[in-house]
Design a protein around this ligand. Structure first.
Ligand code: M6R
Length: 614
C-alpha cells in the first residue's frame, strides 16, 4: 500500500505530482505529502492528514514552484495517520526528503543506533529511520546521494520502494525498490517515477519497471541509469504501456466501482478474446500451450491468493477438479507462507492477484519457486511483480481496476480460471472434446448474459432501500456458488461496513442458524443446479426461523419465489459458469446499500487497493 510519485523535468512538478497522487490514492488515503526543491534552492515539504484534496488546500498559498519533486499518499503501518507521520520524511538537517512504500523491519534497531549518534526523530514511522540513515552515511562518508542510498539499503531489512531528493541538488532523484513496485516513465524532457504507471500515462508510454535490488538515478539532461546494490550498471529495458487515460477516468459514472460493474460485459469479452475461438471449439491459453508437459503431468494444484482473489480461487478449485480431475488446494497466501508448505516438482502453484503486488501472494510465489514447483501467475496489472516472478501465466485483461472493492477483476479471474480449466482438460483429455466445445460455446455467451443481468440495476436499487439499515447479513450458497456467497459478504462489509458472513448453505445448521431472526436478512444464491433441491430446503430453514430472504434464482423459478421475500432472476447458464452471473446482483446490492448509507464506495475506510505490506 501507499503510493509514491516523483517528477524531474521542465514542467511544473507540483501539478504533475498532485495529479499523480490522485491516481494513486486507491493505494492509501489517510495522509498525503509532497517535497519539492524550489528554483531558489529551498526544500519545501508539505503534508496533510486525510485525502489528497486536504494537501491541495494546504498548498494553496504555499511556494510550489519547482521542476523536481516527490510525493506520497499513505496507508498507515507504523504510526497513526497524522500530519507528522505523513511522508515525505526529511533528514534532521533538512537536506534530504524521502518517500517510501513498504516496511522497514529492522527500523527499531537502526533508530536506536542513530539516536546514539545524536539523531532526533519526529515521527513514529519506520521511514524516517531510512532518510536519517542515508543522511548520516552521506555526511560521515562525504559521499554522493547514490552511494549513501546504496550503503543504507545494505543495512535495511524489509520491503521498500523509495525516492529521495536533496536540497542542494535540484537535478537528481535517486529511487530504489525491494519487494514494493516502482516504475519509471521516460518522456522527452521529463522523467517520472511512480508505484504504477497511472500517474504518467498521459505524458509518456515508455516505462521501465525497476527490479528488486535496483537503484535508479534520474538526472536532469542525462539518460536514466540503473545500478544493482553492488553498483553494477543494469541494462535498461523500456516497455510500452498498454494503458489509456479513459481507463483511469469515471467516464460519466458517479464512482469507479459502478463504472467497473457496468464494464463487465466488455472486460469479459477482452478476457476471452483470442482464447476461446472457433465458436468455442478451441481453447488457446498460451501459458498452458507453452508448458504442455507440466500441465499434463501435474499431480496437484495449489492456488494461493488473498481476499476476493481467494474467493475466485475457490471457484477455480471446483472448476479444475470437475473438469481436469486434479486435486486442488486453495490457500490464503498469508497462511501458506508460514504453514511449512510441502511442495514437489509435480505440483503447480497458481498465484492469483489482481494487482500482482500483494505482498503475501508474492512471498508465496517465492517460496513455491524455491521449492521447485512450477508457478503460474494470474494477474491483471501488466508488468507487476507476480507476472515477472512466475514461470508462466495469464493476464485477465480487464483494464485498471480503481475502485477498492474488486468487481470486474473478480469476474475476470473466474473467467481465466474457467479457460485454464478447459485448456488443461483438453490437454489431459479429462473431459470429452464435445463437452469442452459445448462449454466453450457457453463461455462466449457469458458477456451478453452479464449485460442482461445488469438490467437488474433498478430492481436491486429499490431492494437496497429496504435493507440499508440492516446490521447483519448472511450470504449462503452451495457448490460453485458457495465462494460467490463469500464474495457477496465481503463486498457488503468492505464498502458499507455492515457485518456480513458468507457460508456454505448446508453448514448453516451447524451454528449460524442460531443467528437468524427477523433482523437478520439472508442472501441465498440458488440457481437451478444439481444442488437446487437441497438449497430449497436451506431456504425453508431460514424462513421457518423468521429470517427475510433475498434469493438469486434462475428465471422462471416458482418454488423459491413462493418462499423468499424477494427474488432476483438470472438467466439459465451451465452450473460451472454460474458464478460470473450470480455475482453481478450481489455487486449491485452491496454498491447501492453503501451509497444509501452515504459511504465512499471507491475508498472505503482503512482499506487500500493493493496490499503491499504483510
Ligand atoms: O491484488 P490482489 O488481488 O492480490 O488483492 C487481494 C485482496 O487484497 C483484494 O482482493 C481485496 O480483498 C479486495 N479489496 C476485495 O474487494
Amino acid at each position: 500500500m501507499c503510493g509514491i510519485v516523483g517528477y524531474l523535468g521542465n514542467g511544473n512538478a507540483y501539478d504533475v505530482l498532485i495529479k499523480g497522487l490522485h491516481r494513486l490514492e486507491y493505494r492509501g488515503y489517510d495522509s498525503a505529502g509532497i517535497a519539492m526543491v524550489s528554483p531558489a534552492g529551498k526544500l519545501n515539504v508539505f503534508k496533510a492528514k486525510g485525502k489528497v484534496e486536504n494537501l491541495e488546500t494546504l498548498c494553496k498559498d504555499k511556494d510550489t514552484n519547482a521542476t523536481i519533486g516527490i510525493a506520497h499518499t499513505r496507508w498507515a503501518t507504523h504510526g497513526e495517520p497524522s500530519d507528522t507521520n505523513a511522508h515525505p520524511h526529511y533528514s534532521e538537517d533538512g537536506e534530504l526528503a524521502l518517500v517510501h512504500n513498504g516496511t522497514i523491519e529492522n527500523y527499531k534497531l537502526l533508530r536506536d543506533v542513530l539516536e546514539e549518534h545524536g539523531c532526533t526523530f519526529h515521527s513514529e514511522t519506520d521511514t524516517e529511520v531510512l532518510v536519517q540513515l542515508i543522511e548520516y552515511i552521506k555526511v560521515k562518508n562525504n559521499c554522493s546521494l547514490l552511494d549513501a542510498v546504496r550503503e543504507a539499503l545494505h543495512q535495511v531489512v524489509g520491503a521498500y520502494a523509495i525516492a529521495v531528493i536533496e536540497k542542494n541538488n535540484p537535478d537528481t532523484i535517486v529511487a530504489a525498490r525491494q519487494s514494493s513496485p516502482l516504475v519509471i516513465g521516460i518522456g522527452e524532457d521529463d522523467t517520472f517515477l511512480a508505484s504504477d504507471a497511472t500517474p504518467f500515462v498521459e505524458y509518456t508510454q515508455n516505462a521501465v519497471y525497476l527490479k528488486d535490488g535496483e537503484i535508479a538515478v534520474i538526472q536532469r539532461g542525462e539518460p536514466l541509469k540503473i545500478f544493482d546494490l553492488d553498483n553494477c550498471e543494469s541494462k535498461i529495458d523500456v516497455k510500452t504501456l498498454e494503458l489509456t487515460i479513459s481507463q483511469l477516468e469515471k467516464g460519466g459514472y458517479p464512482s469507479f466501482m459502478l463504472k467497473e460493474i457496468f464494464e463487465q460485459p466488455t472486460t469479459l469479452r477482452e478476457c476471452i478474446r483470442g482464447r476461446v475461438v472457433d465458436g468455442g471449439r478451441k481453447i488457446l491459453l498460451n501459458g498452458v500451450l507453452d508448458n504442455k508437459e507440466v500441465f499434463k503431468n501435474a499431480k496437484r494444484i495449489v492456488i494461493v491468493a488473498c481476499g476476493t482473489s481467494w474467493h475466485a480461487s475457490l471457484i477455480g478449485k471446483y472448476l479444475i477438479q470437475e473438469m481436469c480431475h486434479i486435486p486442488v488446494e486453495v490457500e490464503y497466501a498469508s497462511e501458506f507462507r508460514y504453514s511449512c508448505p510441502v511442495l514437489t516438482k509435480d505440483d503447480i502453484v497458481i498465484a492469483l492477484s489482481q494487482s500482482g503486488e500483494t505482498a503475501d501472494t508474492l512471498a508465496a510465489v517465492k517460496i513455491a519457486r524455491d521449492m521447485g514447483a512450477f508457478v503460474f501467475g494470474i494477474s491483471n496489472a501488466v508488468g507487476s511483480s507476480i507476472p515477472r516472478e512466475t514461470d508462466s501465466g495469464a493476464y485477465i485483461h480487464v483494464g485498471p481496476e480503481i475502485g477498492v472493492a474488486s468487481t470486474k477483476a473478480f469476474t475476470g479471474q473466474v473467467m481465466v480460471l474457467t479457460i485454464l480449466a478447459l485448456a488443461i482438460a483438453e490437454l489431459r483429455e479429462s473431459m470429452p472434446q464435445e463437452k469442452v466445445a459445448e462449454l466453450g460455446k457457453h463461455l462466449l455467451e457469458i458477456p451478453e448474459l452479464v449485460e442482461h443481468v445488469l438490467k437488474l440495476d433498478e430492481e436491486v436499487k429499490r431492494l437496497s432501500l429496504i435493507y440499508t439499515y440492516a446490521r447483519n447479513f448472511l450470504y449462503l450458497g452451495r457448490g460453485y456458488n458457495y465462494p460467490v456467497a463469500l464474495e457477496g459478504a465481503l463486498k457488503l462489509k468492505e464498502i458499507s461496513y455492515i457485518h456480513a458472513e458468507g457460508y456454505p448453505a448446508a453448514e448453516m445448521k451447524h451454528g449460524p442458524i442460531a443467528l437468524i431472526d427477523a433482523e437478520m436478512p439472508s442472501v441465498i444464491i440458488a440457481p437451478q443446479d444439481h444442488l437446487y433441491e437441497k438449497i430449497v430446503s436451506n431456504v425453508q430453514q431460514v424462513k421457518a426461523r423468521g429470517g427475510s430472504i433475498i434469493a438469486i434464482v434462475t428465471e422462471g423459478d416458482s418454488v423459491i419465489r413462493n418462499i423468499a421475500d424477494h427474488v432476483l432472476e438470472i438467466p439459465e447458464v451451465p452450473e460451472c459458469l454460474s458464478p460470473i452471473i450470480t455475482s453481478i446482483p450481489l455487486q449491485l446490492l452491496s454498491y447501492y446499500i453503501a451509497v444509501n448509507k452515504g459511504k465512499n464506495v471507491d475508498m472505503p475506510r482503512n482499506l487500500a487497493k493493493s496490499v503491499t505490506v504483510e
